[in-house]
Design a protein around this ligand. Sequence first.
Ligand code: GZL
Length: 334
Amino acid sequence: MLKKTMSAAAALAVGSLALTACGGTSSGADDASGGGGDDTITMGFAQVGAESGWRTANTQSIQDSAEEAGIELVFSDAQQKQENQIKAIRSYIQQDVDVIAFSPVVETGWDAVLLEAKRAGIPVILTDRAVDSEDDSLYETFLGSDFVLEGERAGEWLVENAEESDVDGDGDVNVVQLEGTTGAAPAIDRAEGFADTIASDDSIEVTASQTGDFTRDGGKRVMESFLNSEDGIDVVYAHNDDMGLGAIEAIEAAGMTPGEDIKIITVDAVKDGMQALVDGKINYIVECNPLLGPQLMELAEQVVAGEEVEPRVVTEETTFTQDEAAEVIDERQY
Ligand code: GZL
């Protein structure tokens, strides 16, 4: 494992250790000399969980990219619990890894453990989700999407398609919102971007909003309750495909046709969501790219080498209508 306190001139190569975390996986084979090369970087990665198709694709990208880059990956799955991510980060500090990366399940409550990493001289990279800390010296960079923009893109489609989205023709477009995990950056920002954008059209209103925790079951459960409690639902805005797919199950169980009787807008563009878009059950998807692995490994190498990196790296992504999805679905990587 590369000595983490190295500076470019004072780097001391030490014997490489093959590290595996509790239940985690280690990637990167030892070299012919055994024990891995002296310059092998060890990364501790604390993942949110396995709550959605997006997360599965994100994990695969990180593990494949570490393998490709020859980086020893110590990986943990927090089952969407912040205390598990904090425990994993502390274990990486004890293991003396060269760099720590993680996707904070919620925005708050990270300063203490990030300060421990800083005092241990271990650089931290935020991926996917952000923290709301005042102290931006606690991490080297944040690699991930602009979630406010994603919410704005969802709102723009609805404003442009308000007339067709007024399904019951009463002059109002009543939206129910399936929120992501409470306190998570994508949930907070996607709601903000959407609300700010639809404010330009008085006929559009979010009449009910509740968290489905980014899961398919959560989306189905919340949609069932909305169908019982809300009159005249025209549109569902789901913060991810998985909750949108759960809403589709609830809408069909209620004897209605998703995509027609109730319009559906989601975020992510994972395979199952794109298939539902092609099938006409979803009306519009805003892409959120999970394939952060290659950029993460590049940033890790730069950070461990003591190079300056951009404090914010925004991932490129787009949007899909039903026709656009049909054109690209076969070539999608996730
Ligand atoms: C967004 C990511 C979100 C996805 C969900 O970058 O954090 O978490 O939109 C996932 O599918 O659960």
